[in-house]
Design a protein. Structure first.
Length: 113
């Protein structure tokens, strides 16, 4: 098993969160593949698309995924009216051991697109 640091993103039009977690995996997912993460509370219905893989000199592997449900590259996962759904997913991932070092911040990517 390999320890891989995954980076996932959740967003509404107005706010976003960057979460990370080190997960043991038998193989390194390839760019373009989808990974589903355990979420006992909300389910593992959505796959996160692998966008980038970084192999560090130290041996660490980092995988950056696309924004959850980034339909047509719109740069958000949930409508602002669904902010409570964003909060539910965010809190459920934290309970699964994901870390959000920066906390929830403004979604500048959507505003600038």
């Amino acid at each position: 098993m390999m320890k891989i640091c995954f980076h996932i993103y959740l967003a509404t039009r107005s706010k976003w969160a960057h979460l990370t977690k080190i997960i043991d995996m038998p193989v390194v997912p390839r760019i373009g593949e989808y990974v589903k993460f355990k979420n006992a509370e909300m389910g593992d219905y959505f796959g996160f698309k692998v966008l980038d893989i970084t192999y560090r000199e130290s041996g660490e592997i980092e995988i950056m995924t696309d924004l959850l449900e980034n339909i047509d590259n719109r740069m958000y996962s949930f409508e602002d009216g669904e902010a409570s759904e964003f909060d539910e997913y965010y809190q459920s991932f934290l309970r699964e051991g994901w870390v959000c070092e920066r906390g929830v911040g403004p979604n500048r990517k959507y505003r600038n697109s």
